[in-house]
Ligand binder design. Structure first.
Ligand code: NAP
Length: 226
């Protein structure tokens, strides 16, 4: 299975890409510019080579969407709509994990405040944009910090909440998430729950700022998920 990270040149996408490559997955890092993707993967492959990864491959976002079986979207909210429109044709029928978090930074506000959007979450917005391409959207990776992802090879002792309307797509998402040591995927229900997942991120960011950390994450306790 090939995994394509759309907008994978930023800290979130590249962090996920490196972790999955170390886990032995075939990962394509996408960018608006193929040249940038190639430069970024060249540096990343050099950085992680001691961990015996599969080599990351760089491509333009549209080509990454065509070549991959499963997509992960890691762009800022402001870029979400435009980026999805560029890959829509090549993403037809595929599963897309959306890590987008609506933050007030998009309108010049504080990073620790959620931005209320319509529809109620970035993941539902993605599903709406991609509706006629039959893309199965799963909200995922929204609560995992790039600092944790970059802390290779340490396990990330966090839960990764996911939601979506397609059972098989959520199983695929969970399989991918749990390739990263320490991460546990928890399916909290349909896509209309995504606003709950996305709003945890500004809470964690606020705590990071208050307590001078970069590693805020969480674990759900008291529930047996087996
Ligand atoms: N950083 C975290 O710790 C974290 C944690 C959880 C969730 N998230 C979410 O994950 C997403 C990515 O986070 P990030 O910190 O990696 O973001 P980022 O560095 O700001 O952007 C990621 C990539 O998106 C593309 N991009 C940026 N601005 C764009 C624009 N105006 N139009 C089109 N493409 C643009 C760029 O790729 P190219 O220039 O190569 O095209 C960039 O490298 C965000 O939605 C964020 O809320 C982040």
């Amino acid at each position: 299975m090939k995994i394509g990270i759309i907008g994978g040149t930023g800290p979130q996408g590249l962090g996920i890409a490196k972790r999955l490559a170390i886990a032995g997955e075939d990962v394509i890092v996408g960018s608006r510019k193929e040249e940038k993707a190639l430069t970024v993967v060249g540096e990343a492959n050099e950085e992680i080579k001691e961990h015996n990864p599969k080599e990351l491959v760089g491509m333009a976002n549209e080509d990454a969407a065509a070549a991959a079986d499963v997509l992960i979207l890691t762009v800022p909210l402001q870029a979400q709509s435009a980026t999805l429109k560029t890959i829509k044709e090549n993403a037809k029928g595929k599963v897309l994990l959306d890590a987008t978090v609506p933050l007030e930074t998009a309108i010049g506000g504080p990073v620790s405040n959620p931005l209320h959007i319509n529809p109620g979450s970035a993941a539902e917005r993605a599903a709406k944009i991609l509706k006629d391409a039959d893309v199965k959207v799963v909200a995922a990776f929204n609560n995992i910090s790039n600092s944790h992802l970059a802390n290779i090879p340490d396990p990330i002792e966090c839960d990764c909440l996911i939601c979506g309307d397609d059972k098989e797509a959520k199983e695929i998402a969970s399989d991918i998430i749990e390739k990263i040591p320490g991460l546990r995927s928890i399916d909290i229900g349909p896509l209309n729950k995504a606003h709950l997942i996305e709003s945890i991120t500004p809470l964690l960011i606020g705590m990071n700022i208050k307590f001078k950390s970069h590693y805020g994450g969480f674990r759900i306790t008291g529930i047996d998920f087996e």
